[in-house]
Design a protein around this ligand. Sequence first.
Ligand SMILES: N[C@@H](CCC(=O)N[C@@H](CS)C(=O)NCC(=O)O)C(=O)O
Length: 282
Amino acid sequence: MAYKELARNKAFDGHVVKYEHASTELSCNMKFNVFLPKESQHGAVPAIYFLSGLTCTEDNFIQKSGALAEAAKHGVALIAPDTSPRGAGIEGEDDSWDFGTGAGFYLDATDPKWAKHYRMYSYITRELPALVNKELPIDGTKVSIMGHSMGGHGALTIYLKNATNYKTVSAFSPIANPVNCPWGQKAFSNYLGVDDKEAWKEYDTVELLKKLDNVKVHALVDVGTSDNFLERELKIDTLKETVAAQGQQWTIRYQDGYDHSYFFISTFIADHIQHHAQYLKQ
Ligand SMILES: N[C@@H](CCC(=O)N[C@@H](CS)C(=O)NCC(=O)O)C(=O)O
């Protein structure tokens, strides 16, 4: 299967289209959703990738974030991939909600048990862009990336490692320092092995920021002060300190009383789309 259309719904004068394709990176079939604004009927448009969090599929963001209206306003496409390979059949992959299926952590696993299928980093940075740039009216020279929670971690790390490929980055409630939190330690010790801590740092926003020389990044990060995961898992204070120490000028906002849910995302999604549109139009 090269790729096939599974569903198409008109929205805000454009369309939300769901596709399925056989992924060579992940060795399984994968689904993703795309919002194509009406401008895409006349030529290639800029696009924002949105990486979702733990337990999500390709549907959560496109159905719950309220992003379509603002994307339509700016003539920008949205690309919403799944969060892990599906049905790989690896022992233990469905045992917990924060690891395995629905929790690919946007890395390329090196542990032999996971290495064949759990390659979300290569899928998001190479395979999926190659497919959408070839098959859809997407301008591959004008793309950016954002995400939520595990997907916020994915967006920030992918951006920091490939800054020339993306115009900008933003995140909601990102897992900012996974080497120092339970979710990250569980994922990295299994996918990357317990011993190779240097490999872990390659997928850690705070650690990547420390290595960033002379590159100024203008990222937007929002997190809710009533987010249940704020202290234990997200480590936004550490991110903020590192950003300051590195002389970066990120906008990091603590939003009073908001939690980790899509109600929070939908409240601030317009700000994020506007942030991206400003860079995508340059
Ligand atoms: N274990 C809880 C928490 C998982 C959770 O909060 N997931 C976030 C990302 S880390 C999410 O986006 N959930 C899906 C949704 O709210 O639609 C659950 O299964 O809902």
